[in-house]
Design a protein around this ligand. Structure first.
Ligand SMILES: Cc1cc2nc3c(=O)[nH]c(=O)nc-3n(C[C@H](O)[C@H](O)[C@H](O)COP(=O)(O)O)c2cc1C
Length: 375
């Protein structure tokens, strides 16, 4: 059993919503997915709710029939850089696919976001859908390449983030010593997919390096995540599945010689909450009425705030969820959750009333990763 940390909560801001009809709601700007004012407003609201992190999902190829959010949206690191300037404590996590990006660029981009935000960056590393191969000039590769490629990608990014030891930069104007060259390390990585010399030209941040999340479900996914992730974003519709994932990941994380206490299981939910069951039902019907040809399912977390808080508590206490990622189904979903459910979770001592730390690792209760060359 894990040593119990408080529950962690993140907010997935997906513009007009992760459904077909949300954009038509009177309270939703129809261009929310490309509207920075909307993102700023939501980011500030999540920070008022003491959420651990903003979490942005992504897509690598689109076509007709996809949800409106995917059809016209911002790129994640760009939004998060802007949001870093209007927030102070909340984490900033972007999804970037290892199948399509370039490892040197991602290492540099994420390390820059980490320094710009004073240690609040997170990266959700996904393989993504193979459909993206055609957008990123990689049609010579196939689905079977994606996990071997991801393994190399992560080894490179982690290696590049250790390019400089923590005390490498002296910047002493008097003596003229800018840095200690013995504390700069090249990587010289040679793989089947990538070849990267390094070093990376940016020093480590207040939290050492960005937090690494990974999303997926297969055995290959779990093998790589057990070694190279601080947390995983899992598909789990029910508590039994989540518990089974948790047990299997525990086994694999411990096989890597790591403590499972330092590993977070993230599950997403799209609660519809009201002061009463009836109010939640009205919100659900309001959404359904926006586009009667598409039906959405009633979410798992549904009903009065008290009932939703009970459900969250049972997942958390079963060790099946360390980080709850909230998505808004209804355009006021974050507001309802923050106003109605968060105070109950705080009252029960499950969720924080104040941020504990000034960086993402600190708030998530993750240890500081020592530079491999300093140990
Ligand atoms: C919970 C969860 C979240 C995911 N989020 C994204 C995402 O934001 N963008 C993306 O391109 N793929 C996303 N994926 C897809 C994965 O990257 C991966 O392509 C897919 O799960 C297939 O790998 P698997 O067989 O290991 O599950 C997600 C998958 C899961 C399970």
């Amino acid at each position: 059993m894990k040593e119990k940390k408080q529950l962690k909560i993140g907010g997935i801001i997906d513009g007009v919503g992760w459904n077909y009809m949300g954009w038509r709601h009177p309270d939703m700007p129809a261009n929310a997915s490309e509207n920075i004012d909307y993102y700023v407003q939501k980011a500030k609201r999540l920070e008022e709710g003491k959420f651990d992190t903003i979490f942005l999902v992504d897509v690598s190829h689109i076509g007709p029939g996809m949800i409106p959010h995917y059809l016209s949206m911002f790129e994640g690191v760009s939004i998060l850089s802007a949001l870093s300037m209007v927030t102070h404590s909340i984490g900033l996590t972007a999804t970037i696919a290892t199948s399509y990006a370039d490892p040197f660029t991602v290492a540099r981009q994420m390390a820059s976001l980490d320094k710009i935000s004073n240690g609040r960056a997170g990266w959700n590393a996904v393989t993504s859908n193979p459909g993206g191969l055609a957008n990123y000039s990689r049609t010579h590769l196939s689905k079977a390449d994606l996990y071997p490629m991801k393994k190399e990608f992560l080894e490179i990014v982690e290696g590049l983030w250790d390019s400089y030891e923590d005390d490498a930069f002296i910047r002493d104007k008097e003596s003229g010593v800018f840095y200690d060259h013995r504390k700069m390390h090249a990587l010289n990585y040679r793989g089947n997919y990538f070849s990267v010399d390094g070093p990376l030209n940016i020093s480590r941040s207040r939290q050492g390096r960005p937090v690494i999340f990974q999303a997926g479900s297969s055995s290959d996914f779990m093998n790589i995540a057990s070694k190279h992730a601080d947390g995983v974003f899992l598909p789990a519709d029910n508590l039994e599945d989540a518990k089974a994932f948790s047990q299997e990941l525990k086994r694999r994380v411990e096989l890597e010689g790591r403590s499972f206490d330092d590993f977070l299981l993230a599950i997403s939910h799209n609660p519809i909450v009201g002061q009463t069951e009836r109010e939640a039902e009205e919100k659900f019907q309001e959404l359904q009425a926006l586009m009667p040809i598409y039906r959405i399912q009633k979410p798992k977390l549904f009903g009065s705030a008290e009932k939703v808080a009970d459900q969250i508590q049972s997942w958390y206490e079963a060790g099946a969820m360390d980080l709850l990622l909230i998505r808004q189904e209804h355009p006021l979903g974050f507001d309802d959750f923050i106003d109605l459910v968060v105070p109950i979770l705080q009252e029960r001592g499950i969720f924080r009333k104040e941020y504990e730390s000034n960086n993402l690792r600190g708030n998530l209760g993750l240890p500081y990763p020592e530079n491999r060359y300093s140990i």
